[in-house]
Design a protein around this ligand. Structure first.
Ligand code: DX5
Ligand code: ZN
Length: 214
């Protein structure tokens, strides 16, 4: 199981130290949540902050765009250091084109599904995907309650990917902790994002270890 701690729950005044802590932890990726205040009702951080993180991060940067019309910014996120670029299905009018765009720049291409968006919406693009992100909360904020139905959704996503012979990884994001992590793993998850659970722990690096051992 890969663990991608979400920097949304980090102490922004100590961002360099937080990234350094993750460099020295068992974390596999670092999850960077970009919010525009339009697609989601919150504004987080954007390109200059990602560039700063990429100067110190020693792990792949897993960038989750919760913004409208993400196709406009694909090059800029590549330049700012994104290794994995995930767009929201609901924000893309021409998803196929956007995925080609991301892949043409050498990044891993991901699509995130809001809790209400059916797995079947990805039927026609599974071959192009490196990653599917099953949102287990409504995007916009850290520290929200996990939606239990997401476990079954991960199983159905796994079935779709197997049927289509897609090698895409399944990532799950929102409200994840030590209790639901094992259930998500059994359902077929490959990557778990965790913000609040890791950064509110007394010892965040030790919490990453515990999640890795799930
Ligand atoms: C929510 C973000 C998540 C968030 C997860 O919109 O996409 O990545 O940081 O945070 P927790 O683990 O606290 O739910
Ligand atoms: Zn996220």
């Amino acid at each position: 199981m890969l663990i991608s701690p979400s920097l949304l729950s980090a102490d922004f005044l100590q961002l360099g130290a937080e990234v350094e802590m993750l460099n020295n932890s068992a974390a596999d990726w670092m999850h960077v949540d970009v919010m525009d205040g339009v697609f989601v009702p919150n504004i987080s951080y954007g390109l200059p902050v990602l560039s700063a993180i990429s100067r110190v991060a020693k792990k792949p940067l897993d960038v989750h765009l919760m913004i409208v019309d993400p196709n406009r910014y694909v090059e800029q996120f590549k330049e700012a250091g994104a290794n994995i670029l995930t767009v929201q299905y609901e924000a893309c009018t021409h998803l196929h084109r956007t995925l080609e765009h991301i892949k043409s720049l050498g990044m891993m291409a991901g699509v995130a599904l809001n809790p209400h968006t059916p797995v079947s919406m990805l039927e026609e693009v599974t071959q192009m995907l490196d990653l599917v992100l099953v949102m287990s909360v409504n995007p916009g904020f850290g520290g929200q309650k996990f939606i239990p139905q997401s476990i079954d959704k991960v199983s159905r996503m796994k079935e779709l990917l197997l049927r289509k012979k897609s090698k895409a990884l399944i990532e799950v994001d929102g409200g994840i902790g030590l209790l639901n992590a094992p259930l998500l793993q059994v359902a077929g998850a490959d990557v778990l994002v965790a913000g609040n659970c890791i950064f509110s722990a007394e010892n965040p690096a030790a919490m990453v270890d515990r999640m890795k051992q799930v």
